[in-house]
Design a protein around this ligand. Sequence first.
Ligand code: RVP
Length: 498
Amino acid sequence: MAQIIAEVSRTFNEFLLLPNRTRTDCSPATVDLSTPLVRHVVGEQPAIELSSPFTSAIMQAVSTPELAIALARNGGLSFLHHNQPIQDQAAAVRQVKNFKAGFVTSDTNVRPEDSLSHLVAVMRRTGHSTAAVTHDGTATGRLLGLVTSRDFHPQRHDLDGPVSGRMIAIADLPHAGADTTLSEANARLWEQRLDCLPLLDPDGHLRYLVFRSDYADNKRFPNQAVDSAKRLRVGAGVNTHDYRERIPALLEAGADALCFDSSDGYSDWQAQALTWVKKHYPEVPTGGGNVVDGEAFTFLAEAGADFVKVGVGGGSICITRDQKGIGRGQASAVLDVAAARDAFRERTGEYVPICSDGGLVHDYHMALALAMGADFVMMGRYFARFDQAAGAKLPTRDGFVKEYWGEGSNRARNWQRYGQGSQGLIFEEGVDGYVPYAGDLNEGLALTIAKLKTTMVSCGSTTLAEFQSAARLTLVSDQSFQESHASVTLRDTPATIA
Ligand code: RVP
């Protein structure tokens, strides 16, 4: 006879945190959000630690190289999606690993014989006002000069004339060698009152541009997730079908961590794949999932998973529960798996971090997931709203939206993620839709971090470990849930004032 789990399946909306006593030394400035990403012996330092507990979903619509760069600069980690040819995913990994903060590969490039009207069109397309003039019009051609939007005026200069007529030629242009450090470049920028310093190879080919504004920008990110060579960290999703070919290519490209990505990870296929990775690449941090209970967590941890993702059916674009009747409320899943993680730690002396993946709609849901035991969270909808995500930004009557689609939707057809047999995706487990546009990731994430820190302060905690052990959670009734929201007419709501 089927077993009925006594406990009701609960989601984050059903819980609130009780404030704990806040000590005077506990303030947002003293809160440390660092968290382990991978398995480690208790008391020892994990091979990878994140300085903020956020990862972006392994999804076409979410984890682009641009988003991975922005998130790693804020201390989190992206997992680039595997729903693409192996060489494309490896190239995306390489793009993140090659990013050098403050060193820009020029994206606005023209040839000296190009017309000024062509230059205007290129500047309009890239949105940048400084162009490199190279012999072949590429980002790495021989540098002949620089031209900015301040060097010509459409009414004053003949737009049919060549760019060479208005550029500052290389002979008059301060420049430096490609081995210049960021602080040396910055010193030149200030000493010579420059806006931009080109860095060239010994043969005069352009390598990077360093902008004064980018140096200041770089100072904004003190908590970047970087490897021992100071390159940004990036993760990559893999599947249980082509991992033998995909993983070597991803590692060669420089991936820092891998994650088996499956809508249901409690399977022999995933255990076999994890065992294979641990045999061939024992040092490579590799996560598994997704699971929703302690039994499945222990299965993957014993198969070698270095972290385990939790969540089935809770994603904002997910219809797995409707289609297959499989899943569990995300709060119940996290609480159950966290208990199994702690039992595993007691039994083996090893800590295997867990990630709450999907279903985080409000910022406070992240705090709840972390309080309930998640070491870090993974989000799709949240990151899909930002400029750096893949979806197109579209205007609507009520403002801008961004496209966001599930990996189980007809648009993504990521059959490797769903166990529907070898014919590919037979039915959809995800939808294709829109999310409200939220601008730049850096600003959005800063706000989220500020909220998380103040929640932790209210709960008297300055570290995530302390937050988890001190958290007191209460269930909310429907009535008290109503009370959580404002119950006055808001000023920006049309209303008749008597
Ligand atoms: P959310 O953050 O709520 O948008 O959820 C993102 C998560 O949903 C992903 O990390 C993944 O686990 C899951 N997902 C992705 N595609 C689909 C689907 O099409 N059903 N689900």
